[in-house]
Write a protein that binds this ligand. Sequence first.
Ligand code: DC
Length: 227
Amino acid sequence: MMAKPYIAIDGPAGAGKSTVARALAKKLGYIYIDTGAMYRAVTLMALREGIDLRDQDSLSQLARTVSIELLPDYDGGLKVLLNGDDVSGDIRSQQVSQNVSLVAMAPGVRKHLVELQRAMASRGGVVMEGRDIGTVVLPEAPVKIFLTASHQERARRRREELAAKGNIIAQEQMEKEIMIRDQIDSTRATDPLTQAADAIPIDSTSFSVNEVVGMIMARIPAVEERS
Ligand code: DC
């Protein structure tokens, strides 16, 4: 029997990757892997330990020593365990969001997390989302999506997510934060955010999650939808 394929979803912050990847994984009965959560977990640990975030050697050392586990949640999401503790909420804090791009620049951190990600995906049947999945982590993935949206729309979605948790942020500030992260993520020396040559670009600005999932489903060759 042919192994179930990998689906790689890349794109900038706030393009809707997590929501779409989660919905797609549920529809296909695949495992959902959020690689950003892994960079966030290392960032959280570095902040807790007071590590200088420009000290790439210390960050790499830290990434090799912490244990990061992603466990499927009851609602199709993921529970993130850092050294056994549930940090699913803590990794979404503004402090982590504002610093994670810096940590994700460290080549040693990336090398270790990419190895973990490949091991997690080794049996196939996964929807993996991030910034370098189609280019670096799973370059052989048969379906690669590059999901984008206008930066105003991405900021609006992020604000909505944060507002639901009681965290009110001005649109202007959110747009600025998103642009700074985009800039760091796409210009870093190691594995920058870039569209794979064979990725399908989808601009989600004016589409619903269901519509985007439908567009991706239409590009998956011969997979059976879970009934
Ligand atoms: O998707 P996210 O916002 O949770 O990602 C957090 C950060 O992690 C993002 O700013 C860049 C980094 N990241 C990365 O460099 N490579 C990945 N595969 C996933 C995320």
